[in-house]
Design a protein around this ligand. Sequence first.
Ligand SMILES: CCCCCCCCCCCCCCCCC(=O)SCCNC(=O)CCNC(=O)[C@H](O)C(C)(C)COP(=O)(O)OP(=O)(O)OC[C@H]1O[C@@H](n2cnc3c(N)ncnc32)[C@H](O)[C@@H]1OP(=O)(O)O
Ligand SMILES: Nc1ncnc2c1ncn2[C@@H]1O[C@H](COP(=O)(O)OP(=O)(O)OP(=O)(O)O)[C@@H](O)[C@H]1O
Ligand SMILES: O=C(O)CCC(=O)C(=O)O
Ligand SMILES: [Fe+2]
Ligand SMILES: [Mg+2]
Length: 342
Amino acid sequence: MEESGGRGASLRLEVLLRHLSPSRAAGATLAPSPTSAQLAKEKYPTQFCYTLDNNLLSPEQRHFYEENGYLVIRNLVSSEDIECFRNEFMKICKNEVKVPGLVIMRDISIAKSEFVADQKAVTKIQDFMGDEELFRYCTLPQILKYVECIVGPNIMAMHTMLINKPPDPGKKSSRHPLHQDLHFFPFRPADRIVCAWTAMERIDRRNGCLVVLPGSHKGPLKQHDYPEWEGGVNKIYHGVRDYDKNTPRVHLVMEKGDTVFFHPLLIHGSGMNRTEGFRKAISCHYASSDCYYIDVKGTSQEKVEEEIQELARKKYGAEIIVILKDAWMVRGRLVKGKRINM
Ligand SMILES: CCCCCCCCCCCCCCCCC(=O)SCCNC(=O)CCNC(=O)[C@H](O)C(C)(C)COP(=O)(O)OP(=O)(O)OC[C@H]1O[C@@H](n2cnc3c(N)ncnc32)[C@H](O)[C@@H]1OP(=O)(O)O
Ligand SMILES: Nc1ncnc2c1ncn2[C@@H]1O[C@H](COP(=O)(O)OP(=O)(O)OP(=O)(O)O)[C@@H](O)[C@H]1O
Ligand SMILES: O=C(O)CCC(=O)C(=O)O
Ligand SMILES: [Fe+2]
Ligand SMILES: [Mg+2]
């Protein structure tokens, strides 16, 4: 990285002074070194709108998220932590642990087959905020410090998932169609929402890595529908109806512990799992507690709300009228700062 001659010289002087006389170096004779936010603004003078001023992201990282809508941070979560999450997930699959509020999803190809208490039957668990061990993922300080650069100091964990993408049963149903997560969320503003997604093992094209359309977060929320896939589509796996097919797709190859932060309008999906293993990732969607709920009636999100309410009616009985806002209010958990609206 290039540094202006003046600043480089003053930094060297400061180091020298500190070396010679610590008390003098601490004095007010030298200008304070520029913050990371100041450096970013010098280097990229255009307006930032997807990130907040912070002292963590390098100017390059900040610019990358602004332009592409995602940022991969390598080796952010330790192997030890990931093994704890993996063990807890296995216990849940074996019914050794019961988690209040948990939603367990099985692949459509096995949804109607006989139940086995094994990870083979579980494609994804959602809403693990009732499991202290898994929820620890959402509170990891090294993740929250990146989240804070995007959503600010008051942070809610709104939606949690552990995805256990099964070996494809031969029908390509292990794919996740291209979508925008905001389609599922009745809160705004979108720029104060971010997903953290951590690979629990090496994930590449063979086992179905994330695929992103860089820059798509700058576009609007698009219409979503079930894709017309011959082998069937999982419940609520809506895909964007149309997108620019010429936009280059980027496959995010990630090692265990690598974490991607992405904007809720970023178009993304995942390919099929061609291996025999169950490829695992853990994720959390965060929002600023300053966000507000919107009424999705009359918008492209109306259908997804109806579909979720239909699921809730089946699960909890016909007399229950679930207000989407309330459903989110009870699931969200504060992880940093103050709880304001959410
Ligand atoms: C209180 C309200 C809150 C509701 C919470 C629901 C969450 C909503 C999603 C929010 C997502 C936001 C985050 C963005 C991320 C984007 C996504 O990942 S969206 C895609 C994920 N979608 C889901 O996970 C859907 C939510 N899943 C579920 O609700 C359930 O897993 C379920 C699919 C309804 C199945 O649950 P369950 O009731 O335990 O299952 P069964 O009783 O065995 O089956 C009921 C019925 O459903 C059929 N079925 C089961 N699995 C599938 C499947 N994968 N695909 C299609 N159909 C499935 C099953 O055959 C049964 O059918 P029947 O005809 O009634 O017999
Ligand atoms: N025919 C299709 N129609 C709609 N979406 C698709 C189609 N094929 C793949 N996708 C979606 O596009 C994204 C990336 O798919 P991609 O083609 O990169 O993966 P793949 O076909 O599983 O593997 P690869 O192309 O790397 O061999 C995924 O979200 C996938 O669900
Ligand atoms: O395949 C994955 O791990 C990610 C799926 C996804 O984008 C989602 O659940 O919202
Ligand atoms: Fe998603
Ligand atoms: Mg392909």
